[in-house]
Design a binder for this molecule. Structure first.
Ligand code: ZN
Length: 289
């Protein structure tokens, strides 16, 4: 086999650090002139059909950006040409995933087709309860509405609730994605969709985290090992992953497809870090990507 199709041979002091050390080594100027596939396939765990990186989706995005920066005039993604029918992991569905009765559709400026049905709720005045949560079906933060009823055991409050006749009307636009085939997908979003274990994880062992918890709870103890989303799992090898990166790159002329967008970064940061570190991490990634 040609040397440039084989796994990269790392110096022993790098190899002993495993995939995360190998990825760092590659980012230090050691990907010049190499196929992206070779680089991606050299810093991973696993067999060709079941691989894992010690990086999350944003770190994978940064790794690819680094490779592009090392090879500005010579981007060699894969030794084979990309086949015409190779596709990005688009969302494409017939029926609204939130409510199959929803039939109205609208196309956004970015080319994404969404469900635009509006659900109407009538809620007793003074009892409206709203909260925001990330909704993967619309790939956005949705505001949810419900009625905040008192406990039935609290007779006085329950009577008051029962006697409230005034109602407020709440309109909730669905927003679920039906298809984003017409949209340009950011690399971080593509990589995140490919991840077999969304938020692939390990258990926290860092001192920083323990410090943050201790500050918040005013106690002194080790982090008990909450989940940290820092792993990336795929059912194919790094060479195949390089094809997705190539397809991402070729969406727009001159490689102007975005690495990420503020909303994708926001979503992925929230997925991969503890709440107290969200703002710090967002700043970090907005600067890098
Ligand atoms: Zn809908």
């Amino acid at each position: 086999m040609l040397l440039e199709l084989e796994k990269i041979k790392f110096p022993p002091e790098v190899a002993e650090k495993g995939p995360s050390g190998e990825a760092e080594y590659l980012k230090e100027g050691n990907m010049k002139g190499r196929f992206l596939g070779q680089c991606l396939d050299s810093c991973r765990w696993g067999s060709p059909y079941d691989i894992m990186y010690e990086m999350n989706s944003l770190e994978m995005t940064e790794f690819v950006k680094n490779w592009i920066e090392q090879n500005p005039d010579n981007l060699r993604f894969h030794y084979k040409e990309l086949s015409k029918d190779f596709e990005l992991p688009y969302i494409d569905r017939e029926v609204c995933p939130i409510n199959e009765e929803h039939k109205l559709r609208g196309k956004g400026l970015d080319g994404t087709i969404r469900c635009i049905n509006e659900d109407i709720k009538r809620i007793k005045e003074g009892y409206l309860f709203t909260w925001k949560k990330f909704d993967s079906r619309s790939n956005s933060v949705r505001t949810e509405y419900s009625e905040n009823r008192p406990f039935i055991e609290d007779e006085e409050a329950w009577e008051e609730y029962k006697n409230q006749k005034n109602k407020v009307t709440v309109l909730q636009r669905c927003g679920a994605i039906l298809s984003d085939r017409g949209a340009v997908l950011p690399l971080a979003e593509i990589l995140d969709r490919l991840n077999e274990v969304p938020g692939g994880h390990s258990f926290c062992k860092t001192k920083n985290c323990a410090d943050a918890i201790n500050k918040e709870l005013d106690i002194n103890r080790e982090c008990f090992g909450h989940i940290v989303y820092d792993h990336y799992v795929l059912p194919f090898d790094g060479w195949y992953l390089a094809k997705y990166v190539q397809k991402w790159y070729e969406q727009l002329p001159k490689g102007t497809a975005p690495f990420t967008t503020p909303s994708v970064t926001d979503k992925l940061v929230k997925k991969t870090t503890t709440p107290d570190r969200v703002e710090v991490m967002k700043k970090k990634w907005n600067k890098i990507l």
